[in-house]
Design a protein around this ligand. Structure first.
Ligand SMILES: C[S@@+](CC[C@H](N)C(=O)[O-])C[C@H]1O[C@@H](n2cnc3c(N)ncnc32)[C@H](O)[C@@H]1O
Length: 327
């Protein structure tokens, strides 16, 4: 199923949503997911309580969780070991690279045979060693990777330097999304932002969503892959993958930071995005391969588009329903 309909899985605390746009996002998300209105109302009440406690603002203004930075610092020399700690991320390229490419090609009119993403500027937030930045660069995009872990950025630079085709196309900086967005102040805007397996490591998702919106061109695409907050994701991503099979190092994930597609969609829609598609992803630990699935209970990929203010006003019906197609 695309979205879980069990109340027990609606354990999300809704963070930093603006009241009016959140209502529309709830309505659309609930309509597509089959949630009961009682569940939606319950979540809205929870969110309103939280907003009241924080004076309507998010309590934290940095995406950086120092514990996460420390954890990835210790793994920085492992990025390009295809059979090591990051093997599942290497394998995920089989799904996420075509996901980004095909959705961008759907939005883009110009065609560049052999270099389908030529002319597009992509920001890879939480790029790590550049596992996703590199293939996107090879498809012709100009990719900027940012990550707060300096050693990861150093490894990413070193690795990209081995491929002459990437030298002018992929660049990396040790910084956060919020630092970049503050510096740029709208000067450089990206055609797409990718944050793959990153949001579950951030301290504050409101800041993340606000900065993504600032740094993207109107009509630009945001691609996120992450973990759902379900009982099953706890069992598989933490108990099985970390504690039993050691597919990823123990302590990599904190279930409290996982986020359901509905909550993520609410957050993005309250920050001027319209979610185009949400697709489940399944990892097979025996084959080491990923496949697409309609079930989003564990991992999922999301594509959202930053709305043009004027276009948004024109395409929203009085009932608050946008006409965009969803899959
Ligand atoms: C699981 S790894 C994913 C790396 C890369 N996106 C990939 O899929 O190959 C998570 C990455 O997020 C980075 N990260 C942690 N906190 C971050 C923050 N506040 N802003 C940006 N990146 C962050 C970590 O340093 C790490 O490189």
């Amino acid at each position: 199923m695309m979205y879980s309909n069990k109340l027990g899985r609606l354990m999300f605390g809704l963070r930093g949503l603006e009241a009016t746009s959140a209502r529309g996002a709830f309505q659309r998300a609930a309509a597509r997911s089959g949630f009961s209105w009682a569940a939606v109302r319950k979540q809205r009440t929870l969110w309103q309580q939280r907003m009241h406690q924080t004076g309507g603002r998010s309590a934290v203004h940095t995406t950086v969780d120092p514990g996460e930075v420390k954890r990835f610092q210790l793994l920085a020399n492992k990025w390009w070991d295809e059979e090591g700690e990051f093997a599942a991320l290497h394998a995920m390229n089989d799904l996420r690279v075509p996901f980004v490419r095909d959705n961008l090609l759907n939005v883009q009119r110009e065609r560049h045979p052999g270099q389908p993403l030529a002319g597009l500027r992509i920001l890879d937030v939480g790029c790590g060693g550049g596992l996703l930045s590199e293939p996107l660069g090879r498809l012709g995009a100009t990719v900027s990777g940012v990550d707060p872990v300096e050693d990861s950025v150093r490894i990413a630079r070193l690795h990209a330097a081995h491929d002459p085709d990437l030298r002018d196309r992929v660049s990396y900086r040790a910084c956060t999304l919020e630092e970049l967005s503050d510096e740029e102040q709208g000067v450089t805007q990206f055609d797409a932002v990718v944050a793959s397996e990153v949001v579950e490591h951030l301290a504050d998702l409101d800041t993340f969503a606000i900065c993504c919106s600032r740094i993207l061109k109107p009509g630009g695409s945001l691609f996120i892959t992450t973990l759902n907050k379900t009982n099953l994701s706890y069992a598989l991503a933490i108990v099985v993958a970390e504690q039993l099979l050691h597919i990823v190092p123990r302590g990599t994930h904190d279930w409290e930071k996982f986020i359901s597609p509905v909550e993520l969609e609410c957050l993005l829609e309250s920050n001027g995005f319209l979610v185009q598609s949400v697709q489940g992803m399944l990892y097979n630990p025996l084959s080491g391969a990923w496949s697409w699935t309609n079930n989003t209970e564990i991992n999922y990929a999301l594509h959202a588009v930053k709305q043009d203010d004027e276009a948004e006003a024109g395409s929203t019906t009085p009932g608050g329903h946008n006409e965009a197609a969803h899959s």
